[in-house]
Every structure is written in structure tokens, then in C-alpha cells.
Design a protein around this ligand. Sequence first.
Ligand code: ADP
Ligand code: ASP
Ligand code: MG
Length: 604
Amino acid sequence: MALIVQKFGGTSVGSVERIKAVAQRVFKAAKAGNSLVVVVSAMGKTTDALVQLAREISAHPSQREMDMLLSTGEQVSIALLSMALQDLGQPAISLTGAQVGIITEAKHSRARILEIPRDRLVGQLQEGKVVVVAGFQGIASTEDLEITTLGRGGSDTSAVAIAAALGADICEIYTDVPGILTTDPRIVPDAQLLSEITSDEMLELASLGAKVLHPRAVEIARNYGVTLVVRSSWTDEPGTKVISPNPMPRNIENLELVRSVNAIELDTDQGKVALLRVPDKPGVAASLFGEIGRQGLDVDLIVQSIHEGNSNDIAFTASNNSLKQAEATVQAIAATLRVGAAANEAEITLEPDIAKIGIRGAGMIGRPGIAAQMFAALADAGININLISTSEIKVSCTIDIKDCDRAVEVLSKTFGIESSPVSLSAEATAGTAISSSPVRGVALDKNQARLAILHIPDRPGTAAKIFGMLAAKNISVDMIIQSERSRLFQDVATRDIAFTLRRSDAQEARKVLTDLASEFEWSEVALDEAIAKISIVGSGMINQPGVAARMFQALAERQINIQMIATSEIKVSCVVREDQGTEALQAIHATFGLAGDKKIEVPT
Ligand code: ADP
Ligand code: ASP
Ligand code: MG
């Protein structure tokens, strides 16, 4: 007999027939002698319909009333599922988040879970009942009983958090696709089912647009070692297992408020090559990194900043001993690029002996202030940041090697890290990869926008200030890229910083930054809302040359221009024009041989 938490998403409980089918499945598992807590979402598209209703009433509804409204969707489905179970002769009880006593932060619309008391749940289970719990909701405190919600898609997080609090044997997420696939089958019908994925890979995919799992659910599973499976609620197929490393023992109190940074990572054997003023046209990154890949050179960070006029800058890091060869390759490519019209100025810079320093921790998900804190700590110590690369669970920067010890010291102090820095190469060989393919999945995010701040005076502390201000408004950013070129603007050395963010935050972010323009003397804040972000993710790409190049090549073959590039150890993301996002996803999925031989059926 096992203690099982099952979660059913909106489509899975979208109609009377579906609720009855779910009840049958739950009943079967209970009959087999298991104890069951079942978490459900609102029926079908109920939450969207409620959001629409609110919009029709008010242009700016208060977040408190939105939570009040949206939490009703789940209350309908828990009652109906309980009734269906009782009709089958299975004792069951439905409970709202407040009735279970799920305590969250007092932040409407995106609260994190702090505590889930076991008593109420365990008491009902001991009476032989299936406990049906409303997903996506909690209360801010037991005194004022303010209803909170966890953010869209948050029922996954409710389920995994309950599984962690109860120490359940397994948490099963039932949805409308057979499990986690190589990409979204609604866009690429020949996407293939993955039998396993690591939690690190899933964290990246989830935050880069694969909505099959809420990233915070993956974070909790990873932190507390919850066995997590994603399966179809239509079939009995086993689905996909999300594999987590053995977690350190953690206190279940403040469940979702774990330490944001767990480790400092350091790589002192890096050099940087930058190619400035290359033509802004499809195929440039592909030919550059294609050639580097053919030489067997493994590049680490790659960043490409926004274009100025009709040229781009591309920079990358590689280990010091491959730097000379990388430079020669870039020289040869630059010569061929000079043939092109705008490329007569293409210029190469080489910087050996730099270090890459990073902070990592799943707790930084959805907490916009962490990167800014890191930049501020380095700026306060007078350490200049060169390249920046961010992923969902990591922020890395390159710095001068002479600043290394001090950087480790200030970051350890800022984030309360006592252990010594982890070497990246040691981690890379730790063997997290679980398949031979370098790319596990591909994701498309069409809800992104790009902001660029032009001509920022080149002084330490500016990045910290910018991202600190945005964090204070709860705006998360990604793909932060500081331009390689320093340009004189009104006799001052300036750089540009570009980054991507959620489209719904874009106007507010633009306003925040425009208001700061005179204080910080930057010239312009440019917003592009018509972008799409396309990413490949896989732990197999660590130490494997040529993976990014294959992605760039697939885009080049379709004449899709890359506007920005950012990488971390296990992902490569590119920004492309919004209307080319779908074609880009299909092309990249095919290029890595991820297509299966059967078409995935998706319920509408
Ligand atoms: P639920 O209502 O069950 O929570 P969601 O709609 O939140 O379901 O998530 C499931 C959907 O996620 C699928 O229908 C699919 O369109 C989408 N999806 C995006 N990327 C992936 C992926 N890599 N694997 C599986 N599904 C994906
Ligand atoms: N019903 C909520 C939503 O649609 C929560 C969820 O389904 O996970 O976002
Ligand atoms: Mg969902």
C-alpha cells in the first residue's frame, strides 16, 4: 500500500464524462489499497473564462479580488469529483486550500507555499477517504484567511508540495498528453515521448515555454526528492519520470522559501573571443560556430547582442588552451564575412585569462532580485562584469581572473555560502546526462518581449541598479546581454544592455527604465514585442562541441535571422522574429532527430 498524490489538469476534468473517467481511475487506485490525495484544476478553460469576465468588468481589477474569483474554479471541480467518487461507493471528501490550511506568502496572484499541515489530510485518509484538494490556492494566514493563488498553472505546484509535506511515495501529474515530450505536440505533432528527464532539464524547459509542468513544481520535487511522474489521464501508459538528485535533508517549514543560492561555481580556465560588427543576416552564427564545431573546439558561453544598424557582435568563451585555435578559426570566418556589404569593419578581440563565476540554486526561480543582488555585490567590490548569462537556476558572469578570489569572497558573504566554489568541469563530468542525444527537448516561448537600453555609461554598478529596480517591481528578466562593443556617445564610453522578459511586464519595465534615463544618462529604451524565444535543452550538450552550431544552421537554412543568443551549460536560446517562431521550432526539432514515428493525438 502506498500514499499517492494524483493531480488532474483542466482538460482532464473538462466535462462530466471526463470527471467520471477520472473518478474511475482514482477509485481503481484506492481499491488496490492505496491512500490517495487528489489535486484538481478548474474544469477546462474555466480560469481563462473567469479572467475574461473580470476584464469585462474592470480594466485594473485588484489582485485580491482576482484571487477570490479565480479560486472558485477549483472549488467546482473538487466538489464534482468527490460526488463522482461517492457515487462509485468510494468515500471521499473535497477540501479547499483554506480547509486543508495551506499557508502561503501574503502575495496575491503569485504566492509561494510556506506550510501544509498534515493533520487534516492524514485524519481523512485514516478514515478511508480519498481527499480531493483544490489546486492553485491557499490562504495567507490562519488569522485573516485571505485567499491567495499560486500563479497560472499552479495546481502542479500544489500537488508536488502536498506530496513533499506528506512524504508521499509518488506524485503523479495526469494531463492531456502522454507525458513530457521532446516539444509541444500542438505545434510539432511528431514530438516524441521521453521516458525520463532530469529535473534540471525540466526546470529549464518549463521556464522556457513548455507548460506541461509548472517550474515551481519541478523545483519542489528536486528540493525534497519527490518521485514525480507525468502521464496521460486518457491511457495507462507509464508516462515520463522526472529524475532528481538525492536531496539534502530539508525542513518542510517554509516549503517554497528555500535558500535562493546553493552554490558558487567557478571556472578559471576561460578566454573570450569576440567578433564585432558582423552582418545582421541569417547564417552568420551558423557558419562561425559550424566551423568551430568542425575543429572539435568546445565553446562555453555564447552571447550575441542586439544589432546596431545592420551589424551584430558575437562573443564566446572557450578554455584557454583552445583559444588560439578558436581565434584562427574566427579570423578565417571574419575574412569571408568581409565580402558582405556591411562587414568591412568586422573586428576580432581576444581576451585570455578570464574567469567565469556563477551562482546556482533552484530557489532563484521566479525571484527576480537574485541576479541584481549578485551584480550589486560585485559592483560594490569594484569588480567589472563582462559577459552575463542567465538561466532559470543560474546566473554566470565573466570577470577578470585577478578579481576571482575577491568575487568568491563577496558572493559567499552575500548569499551565505560556506562551502568552496564548485568547479564547473567537475560538475560537467558528474554524469547527469541520461541519453545519448545532446538535446532532450525544444521549447518555444511566444509571450516574450525584448527591451534594450542604449548608450549606458560604462560604469560599475549600472547592471545592478537596472535589474534591482526591475526586481523591486517583481519583474523577472532573462537572457541579459551586455554589448561587447563599447562606443563613445557624447564623449562617454557607453554600452548597451538588452534582455528578454514576459510580454505582460514589458510596458511597465519600459516605463521604469525610461523614468530613470536622465538620472543614469542612457539615451534610449527600445522595446520589441514581436519576438519569440526558441531554446534547446539537454545535459548531453555539456562538453559536446557543435550542438549550438546545429541549431544555428537549422535556422540559417530557413533564412531565419537570429536577433540574440544566450547559452548556459545545458541550454541555448535564440530570439527570432515572432512570426517565425513556429517554423523555427519545427526546424530545430527535426534537426536534432527528435521526431518520433507516430503522431501524438492531443485532445482539443
Ligand atoms: P494541464 O491542464 O493538465 O495542467 P497544461 O495545458 O497546463 O495541462 O499542460 C499540458 C500542455 O502542455 C500540453 O497539452 C501541450 O500542449 C503543452 N506542452 C508544451 N510543451 C510540452 C512538452 N515538451 N511536452 C508535453 N506537453 C507540452
Ligand atoms: N486553474 C489554474 C490555471 O488555469 C491552475 C492550474 O490549472 O494549474 O492556471
Ligand atoms: Mg498545467
